[in-house]
Ligand binder design. Structure first.
Ligand SMILES: Nc1ncnc2c1ncn2[C@@H]1O[C@H](COP(=O)(O)OP(=O)(O)OP(=O)(O)O)[C@@H](O)[C@H]1O
Ligand SMILES: [Mg+2]
Length: 383
């Protein structure tokens, strides 16, 4: 009898140990709480004795705002929610445990850190959005480019014609002081007409530049990725390109890893990536109230997976969460009144992706911004 009792006791302890081992093997936080928020079982080494689950796990004095225990008690169905704590995103799933009478006494909650998954999801949404926009944008660029080409061509013919015609009109005016053109007194017309034409030419040139940016964004501007590219040298050549625009307001610090391997890619495109980011940083610093000068730190290094990293960090005003989430969107700009088109960073994003790389940004208001670029040593074959 005693032997039988010991066997049952051993069996029970073994099962309990197995259950605990199974429970502990789960890397997510799993815990069971009763409907009064008292933890019953937890798979992590947490001291929850005498504490409610919201006190033990979240350090709160009342149930978390996203707690679904009450909902699960009511519906008897599992429910899921997400919460951001200290820049990490957690997903919590609540499962009801029904007692024999069919009521919910306990609830199991599984909490997973889904920060990485969310980042990847965000990147996929971003590239999907950019791919579909790419098609649309290249169509629009084509439609704008055709009429703009003949507008530019015709304007230079008009300008040349005016230069020939105006002396004849001057002569006519000297003999007919009331002479009018387009209902305007000739003196006024004479003063303004060449200015109007040259303004139109400037406008048409601006449209041409925007079309060229749109094409770059839509990747119609085929540039082969077949050059042996030394990233450090490209950093230096990009700095030479922007030198005049930033020399008075920005101190640039270089921390370049001199042992970087070469990348197969397109020098001009990576130069453009750097120029866009550096100019944005310089513009942001200049716009900051009470601060006329700033610092940009450019760093390159190789990681253990042989991926090449480029970091561009500024001590400008930083960005709000809303701006940060939209910086790579085509046409998103906070500089509309200062002629920004909002294409700089979307082109940058496209070029980095074309090289098989990744780009992201870390930024907080008042704490500057850092653009992080990763480039693989080899690029995927062009299709
Ligand atoms: N280093 C930075 N600091 C603060 N804000 C930035 C920084 N870089 C980019 N931004 C924000 O991102 C927006 C989009 O940048 P993007 O380069 O795509 O367009 P833009 O600079 O406004 O115009 P464009 O480059 O076409 O002339 C900017 O308007 C600005 O609000
Ligand atoms: Mg820009």
């Amino acid at each position: 009898m005693e032997k039988k009792k010991n066997e049952i006791q051993n069996q029970f302890e073994m099962n309990q140990a197995r259950l605990q081992a199974l429970f502990d093997a789960i890397t997510d936080l799993v815990f069971m709480a009763d409907s009064d928020f008292n933890p019953q079982l937890v798979n992590k080494q947490l001291d929850f004795a005498g504490k409610k689950c919201y006190e033990a796990f979240c350090g709160l004095s009342e149930p978390c705002s996203i707690c679904l225990v009450d909902e699960v008690k009511l519906t008897h169905k599992p429910a899921k929610t997400e919460r951001k704590i200290n820049n990490k995103i957690y997903q919590a799933t609540f499962y009801p445990i029904l007692n024999e009478g069919g009521a919910v006494n306990d609830v199991i909650e599984i909490v997973r850190d889904v920060t990485k998954e969310k980042e990847i999801e965000q990147q996929l949404i971003q590239s999907d959005r950019l791919i579909s926009l790419g098609g649309l944008v290249s169509g629009i660029a084509h439609e704008i480019n055709n009429p703009n080409t003949f507008i530019r061509g015709n304007l230079s013919i008009i300008k040349e014609s005016l230069e020939d015609i105006l002396p004849v009109l001057d002569q006519h005016w000297s003999e007919n002081p009331d002479f009018k053109v387009a209902r305007l007194p000739y003196r006024y017309f004479r003063e303004k007409i060449l200015l109007l034409v040259s303004d139109m030419q400037k406008g048409a040139d601006k449209i041409m530049n925007i079309v060229s940016d749109l094409r770059k964004f839509a990747r119609k501007d085929e540039g082969l990725l077949d050059e042996d590219l030394d990233l450090n040298r490209v950093v230096e050549s990009s700095l030479r390109l922007v030198h005049n625009q930033i020399k008075r307001s920005i101190e640039v610090q270089l921390k370049l890893d001199q042992k970087l391997p070469l990348i197969k890619g397109n020098v001009q495109k990576i130069e453009q990536v750097l120029v866009n980011i550096i100019l944005n940083a310089a513009q942001a610093i200049k716009e900051q109230k009470g601060k006329k000068t700033g610092q940009i730190i450019i760093r390159t290094f190789l990681d253990q997976k042989n991926q090449i990293h480029l970091r561009i960090k500024d001590n400008g005003p930083g960005m709000t969460e809303d701006v940060k989430n939209r910086v790579f969107d085509p046409f998103f700009t906070t500089k509309r009144s200062r002629q920004g088109t909002g294409l700089g960073l979307s082109i940058t994003y496209g070029f980095v992706e074309e090289h098989g790389g990744k780009i992201s940004v870390v930024s907080h208001p008042g704490k500057g911004s850092e653009f992080k670029i990763m480039l693989p040593m080899r690029v995927p074959k062009m299709t």
